[in-house]
Design a protein around this ligand. Sequence first.
Ligand SMILES: C[S@@+](CC[C@H](N)C(=O)[O-])C[C@H]1O[C@@H](n2cnc3c(N)ncnc32)[C@H](O)[C@@H]1O
Length: 352
Amino acid sequence: METTHRVFVGDARDLSGIEDDTVELVVTSPPYPMIEMWDDLFTDLDPAVGDALESGDGRRAFEAMHAQLDRVWDELERVLVDGAIACINVGDATRSIDDSFRVYPNHARVLEAFESRGFDPLPDVLWRKPTNSAAKFMGSGTLPPNAYVTLEHEYVLIFRKGGEKRDFEPKADRRYEAAYFWEERNQWFSDVWTDVRGELQVLEDDELRDRSAAYPFEIPYRLICMYSAYGDTVLDPFWGTGTTSLAAMCAGRNSVGYELESEFLEVFEDRVAAAPDLSRSVGRARLERHREFVDRRRKEEKEFGYEADHYETPVVTKMERGLQFREVAGIDRLDDDESTGYLAEHVPLTLE
Ligand SMILES: C[S@@+](CC[C@H](N)C(=O)[O-])C[C@H]1O[C@@H](n2cnc3c(N)ncnc32)[C@H](O)[C@@H]1O
């Protein structure tokens, strides 16, 4: 099996490199409005943002920034197939402007934007960022009432385009082979994720790392396994250093991305080189965790109804029987005039 991964250096407000109705899943994290590190970017996209900030009008700046994201959401509406899922990782922002502190609720504004474009909101996920530091106070020490709650969670907002679920032919291999384990379902489809590890991948250049605001690999990887089948294409319009494409590659799905900053593609080169090892270790770790689950369940003297077809292990449900992990066996370049591309060759996961 082969997958393709394309990256366009360009502005996602115009996804003209991607045809209508060709994407089955979006997994992305936009620049967060009202987080200072993105002020300049939003001002480049629309100078009205800078004017609003300078005049101390936080509410107007917030709206002007979201108006730029809205243009990307319009494009998603065009490129997604009916029934496609969009997963938007976003955090709220806290900020003082002209000595007035408040929260800017990005998640609520993005939710409204998708709903008004005909997407159905589905139950969302909160994930807690791993933090080593003791909780930081915001506001006035230990005296009521003027201290503020510290925001240490982000949202994964989840939407479906159009009212209907996607259709698959009965028993479609590409869906059944992409099944996940029962215990993974219980963990992944819970509404609060506290077990997402920080981004372990080290980017060489500290400045680049700060600017890329990469999310942990585990976030796109899980979402891709939860909401797409083999053969599907995953889009990240705010591609950054390509964590979504890396996760898609490891999960055996196609990907496409847009990114304004061309230098992030160089970072991705190193990440791609590590994809064969990463895909193997991610797949093996899932099988290893399943074996531990089997041991625990047997100790509790609970039954397993079925045997997996491709691995020597029992599984809880009939739907898991056909699951088959893939690993990346090799990667070639697939550049064209418009985009940088990669062709990944996948083989069934080996255990030795
Ligand atoms: C929060 S970061 C995403 C990081 C990414 N998820 C990763 O793991 O590396 C947002 C990215 O969107 C890019 N960006 C912002 N506005 C854009 C636009 N209009 N078109 C394309 N890329 C954009 C920024 O340069 C930045 O790399």
